[in-house]
Design a protein around this ligand. Structure first.
Ligand SMILES: Nc1ncnc2c1ncn2[C@@H]1O[C@H](COP(=O)(O)OP(=O)(O)OP(=O)(O)O)[C@@H](O)[C@H]1O
Ligand SMILES: [Mg+2]
Length: 489
């Protein structure tokens, strides 16, 4: 197609050159015609033989030129771009009646030759050849030549118009093909990018799910021995009470023990031991309770979603996630820690994929912790939950960090957008969260942020099944399952 376009342009150029050459030579013919007529006058009016010789020679030169131009116009001359006769209608003008241009030109040349050959005595205004030359040069032959030129021009213009039409069609075809190719390239590039992104997201999701499975496995393994310790601690406390009771009874029954027992009592500091042992058991109970809660949080956080939406307690999800992230909240060295403020309202369970939802909460909380870690105290994350129009539940996670500029806000949900240094952020957290909330849950996720004013992310999820049907299962606002991670000032 491009080759055809190039050839078409070359043909247009060729046509223009030919047309210019034909018009040029035809103009020359016209000029030679008038010149011969003038020279004939000069010949006839010459007063002496010297002048006559001059004009005879000039006339012969002129008709030679005229004959050559005439032949060139009929048979062509590639050296000056003349194609010869280009159409039947022009051929007719040269060789057919009524014009018979070829015959007329020859007749004219013959007439000039005859006049040139005429003796001086016959060179006067009544000479028939002179008369013929004058009338042909002024009217008949001039008209014929003009008619042929305008026919040439007409045909050449028509040909050019046809070629321009072809050029336009070819140009349109090329432009269309280019547009199609460009669209295809863009589509291909988009597909490649999507493929790359979904590959990385799959890898990320796989990693998260393997991590979840690993966590769930570890939690499961820890769960049994911890439960074992926990339930045995109850008996240990009971047996201790009983043993201490017996010891008490002995002391009362035998207030004065033999010296070796008295010595041992002092060595082991029995008084202190009796006082401290129940406290020790209590703190062991507290410790194991904390382990039980952490294991429960891990199990809750890393639950493997089934194919269907299931009712979940959002507060439990948030609290479990906070347990997992607890190490990042605690103060260490210069860093005085992050305070979590919970403003939970009564909300119903919502139908969701709890494991995926936990991941979203984790991503938003992690981002808040990332920015707060670089900020001076106070560092506060405020978590709000509320029911909206009895149809959806909104979860707000706000931080008093540096906030974001409009340019950053515009891009946060784009895959791979990150402002964090290489190795710290992949830029996938919020894009995956967006996918989970919008595509998997038909919910929405947005953020409100301004430089210097902190950031608040909001997630809104529909309560599938309706608030009414779930009212009986309202989650109490006061339920804070893992109070040990709530730092109130
Ligand atoms: N709470 C926030 N305060 C300020 N900027 C934030 C906050 N949350 C997100 N951002 C901005 O949004 C960008 C994208 O966040 P996203 O979670 O998608 O990726 P990331 O945290 O950079 O990397 P990843 O989560 O994959 O480790 C962050 O790099 C940061 O610039
Ligand atoms: Mg992130």
């Amino acid at each position: 197609m491009v080759q055809a376009y190039i050839e078409n342009r070359q043909e247009i150029q060729r046509n223009r050159e030919i047309s210019a050459a034909v018009i040029n030579i035809s103009g020359r013919q016209r000029m030679l015609l008038q010149r011969t007529a003038l020279f004939c006058f000069r010949l006839v009016y010459s007063q002496n033989e010297t002048d006559r010789r001059i004009w005879r020679n000039r006339l012969l030169d002129t008709i030679n030129l005229m004959e050559k131009s005439h032949k060139d116009l009929i048979y062509g001359d590639p050296s000056i771009n003349l194609p010869g006769i280009t159409s039947e209608s022009i051929r007719d003008m040269y060789f057919g009646s009524p014009m018979m241009a070829d015959y007329s030109v020859r007749q004219y040349i013959t007439a000039v030759e005859k006049l040139v050959e005429a003796p001086a005595a016959e060179l006067n205004l009544d000479n028939p050849h002179f008369y013929y030359v004058q009338s042909a040069a002024s009217y008949e032959l001039l008209d014929i030549l003009d008619t042929i030129v305008s026919q040439y021009e007409k045909e050449s213009n028509a040909q050019l118009e046809r070629l321009y039409g072809q050029q336009e069609a070819l140009y349109r075809q090329i432009a269309n093909a280019a547009a199609v190719a460009q669209a295809q390239t863009q589509e291909l590039e988009k597909l490649m990018l999507e493929l790359k992104q979904s590959q990385l997201q799959v890898i990320h999701a796989e990693k998260m799910s393997s991590l979840g499975q690993l966590l769930a496995g570890v939690a499961h393994e820890i769960n049994n021995p911890v439960n074992f310790i926990c339930s045995n601690l109850i008996f240990a406390r009971q047996y201790t009470q009983e043993l201490l009771g017996i010891l008490n009874l002995y002391t009362q029954t035998y207030p004065t023990p033999p010296p070796e027992i008295q010595e041992e009592v002092e060595t082991i500091e029995l008084e202190f031991l009796l006082h401290d042992f129940p406290k020790l058991l209590d703190s062991m109970k507290l410790g194991t309770n904390r382990i039980v809660n952490i294991v429960k949080a891990i199990k809750n956080f890393s639950r493997i979603d089934s194919a269907d939406l299931q009712p979940a307690d959002i507060h439990e999800s948030i609290d479990s996630t906070l347990v997992i992230l607890q190490h990042r909240l605690k103060g260490r060295g210069e860093f005085s820690g992050i305070e979590i403020v919970k403003k939970y309202e009564k909300i119903p369970p919502i139908y969701c994929y709890p494991g995926q939802l936990n991941q979203v909460i984790m991503n938003i909380l992690s981002n808040a912790m990332d920015v707060l870690e670089t900020q001076p105290a106070p560092r506060i994350i405020t978590i709000r939950t509320q029911v909206r129009q009895e149809e959806s539940v909104a979860i707000g996670i706000a931080d008093n960090g540096p906030g974001m500029t409009e340019q950053v806000i515009e891009k946060i949900f784009e895959p791979f957008f990150t402002t964090k240094p290489i190795g710290k952020g992949t830029g996938l957290g919020l894009s995956i969260s967006h996918k989970i909330i919008v595509e998997k849950h038909e919910g929405s996720i947005w953020c409100v942020s301004e430089p210097g004013k902190g950031t608040e992310f909001w997630i809104e999820l529909p309560i599938e099944g309706g608030v009414g049907s779930l009212n009986s299962a309202m989650i109490p606002e006061t339920k804070v399952a893992f109070s040990e991670i709530t730092y109130h000032r």
